[in-house]
Design a binder for this molecule. Structure first.
Ligand SMILES: *[C@@H]1O[C@H](CO)[C@@H](O)[C@H](O)[C@H]1NC(C)=O
Ligand SMILES: *[C@@H]1O[C@H](CO)[C@@H](O)[C@H](O)[C@H]1NC(C)=O
Length: 228
């Protein structure tokens, strides 16, 4: 957009000489009457003078455009720095063990502590609490996958969890049945979160999740764009 405006202005600036460089008394075009008089007496000086005038105008024009562009560049740099400073992305898995281990079922709800960290850009996820503290207000993408293994077919299976924001359930993927040995469920949501909000995954009563280094259980969130 700016480039187009610049080009149009440039065209105007470059087109002007056509109207003023006539050296003709009858139609001075954009030139003032004095210029016209000079042109009668000394055409060479007149042409030179007008040319200098045009050069001066163009210098002013480019100088103005340049300072405008410099201002825009500064603004853009500031925005870019803000975007860089607010980078936030975490992705974690339940464990990284070789053998499949399960957590739960418990007699009460528990916050799941995902111990294996793929990425924690911005440091918002706390590996000791399992809680992601929103560093900056904005729209976040959050994803949760739960997986469980009953050990053998016919055993109770309860692969479930609840994605929580400030202790309120956002979504609760759940797979419970007696038919097969393994189950998995996934949710992905985009939410507008405020700086300081707490995002975590709750393990409801009776649910249990199993994982090894295959990382069947993952919890992921990242900032799409900030709104502050
Ligand atoms: C360009 O503009 C700046 C102010 O924006 C001024 O200080 C400078 O002297 C100008 N340069 C020319 C060549 O006109
Ligand atoms: C994790 O456990 C599952 C189920 O027991 C098994 O099939 C898989 O090979 C294991 N993954 C690794 C990396 O050992």
């Amino acid at each position: 957009m700016r480039a187009i405006v610049l080009l149009c202005l440039l065209e105007v600036a470059l087109a002007k000489p056509d109207f003023t460089w006539g050296g003709n008394t009858d139609n001075g075009g954009g030139a003032g009457p004095n210029e016209g008089n000079v042109c009668v007496t000394d055409q060479a000086t007149c042409g030179c003078c007008l040319m200098q005038q045009q050069i001066h105008r163009m210098k002013e024009f480019f100088n103005m455009s340049l300072s405008e562009l410099e201002k825009e560049l500064m603004k853009t740099k500031t925005v870019l720095n803000n975007v860089r400073a607010s980078r936030s992305a975490f992705s974690v898995a339940l464990s990284n063990d070789d053998t499949l281990k399960c957590i739960g079922p418990f007699r009460d709800d528990r916050i799941i502590m995902y111990k294996h960290v793929f990425i924690n850009l911005g440091g918002g996820y706390n590996v000791n609490t399992g809680i992601f503290t929103v560093p900056r207000s904005g729209v976040y993408s959050l994803a949760l996958t739960v997986y469980s293994d009953a050990g053998s077919p016919g055993n109770t299976l309860a692969a479930c969890g609840s994605l929580m924001v400030n202790n309120k359930v956002v979504a609760g993927p759940s797979e419970k049945n007696m038919q097969d040995q393994e189950d998995s469920a996934t949710i992905v949501v985009a939410l507008h979160l405020k700086a300081g909000d707490k995002v975590a995954v709750n393990l409801p009563i009776g649910c249990f999740l199993c994982d090894n280094s295959s990382h069947y259980n993952t919890f992921t969130g990242f900032l799409l764009y900030s709104t502050d």
